[in-house]
Design a protein around this ligand. Structure first.
Ligand code: ZN
Ligand code: FE
Length: 252
């Protein structure tokens, strides 16, 4: 069993730190080197490797400084996203060993074309693909790719711990409730999350089973989600018809 610590960065990023014994660790998506270096100094730890899920600055910004401080550190990341300083490019089906635990690499495109996730030890490191009660924006990939990636992640065992890269849960829940107001599991989850946030605590990791119950992006087969989306489309269509009607009258 690996131990996971969270290192907060920027406003709402999580840099995940993986360790087994007291002295060696791996970090996931270090967007900023400073909080990582502070943590490593405080806990007298050496950085063995950096795992990267995708190429956005808030996930890779700390690589060069961490490499400078720990020159022997491996930098493992997606073959299909441009990552400066990679020492090992990985892709779908590859396996990497983290302190004796085997992690499988999945290509989960959508947020970016090359986005990957790391799955092992009943844990998922999924970057900006799946968030609690939400998912990443399309910033390079297609909706079809993101849908397929999320459907795939939903097949993981319910108890899989989901380590995503942002604390977006509260705002995601507000949207999820607009899409699925009568979802009782979602209402309960909102109350739990509100209590955690009121105490200044994080909501991550979440679990696949929880996400299947509360996350509208994993629940497109649910009647209430379908109805909400359809109603929203009608509102947009009516606005478009009004706009065109007004323009037609202008020139009549
Ligand atoms: Zn991103
Ligand atoms: Fe991000």
């Amino acid at each position: 069993m690996l131990t996971i610590e969270s290192i907060p960065a920027f406003n709402d990023n999580y840099i995940w730190l993986i360790h087994k014994d007291a002295n060696h660790c791996v970090v996931v998506d270090p967007g900023d080197a400073t909080p990582v270096l502070t943590y490593l100094q405080t806990h007298d730890m050496t950085l063995d490797a950096i795992l990267i899920t995708h190429h956005h600055a808030d996930h890779i910004g700390g690589i060069s400084e961490l490499k400078r401080q720990f020159p022997r550190c491996h930098v493992i990341g997606p073959a299909q996203d441009p990552i400066p300083g990679l020492t090992q490019a990985v892709d779908e089906g590859d396996h990497i060993d983290i302190f004796g635990e085997s992690f499988e690499v999945w290509h989960i495109p959508g947020h970016t074309q090359g986005h990957i996730g790391y799955i092992g030890d009943n844990k998922l490191f999924c970057g900006d693909t799946l968030f609690s009660a939400g998912c990443g924006r399309l910033l390079g990939g297609t909706a079809e790719q993101l849908f397929t990636s999320l459907q795939r992640l939903a097949q993981l065992p319910d108890e899989t711990a989901v380590y995503c890269a942002h604390e977006y849960t509260s705002s995601n829940i507000a949207f999820a409730l607009a899409a699925e107001p009568d979802n009782i599991a979602l209402q309960t989850y909102r109350d739990e999350v509100n209590q955690l946030r009121a105490k200044g605590l994080g909501t991550i990791p979440t679990q696949i089973g929880t996400e299947k119950a509360v996350n509208p992006f994993l629940r497109c087969d649910q009647e209430e989600v379908r109805k909400s989306v359809t109603e929203h489309i009608h509102i947009e269509e009516n606005l478009e018809i009004f706009t065109q009607l007004r323009r037609w009258k202008d020139n009549f």
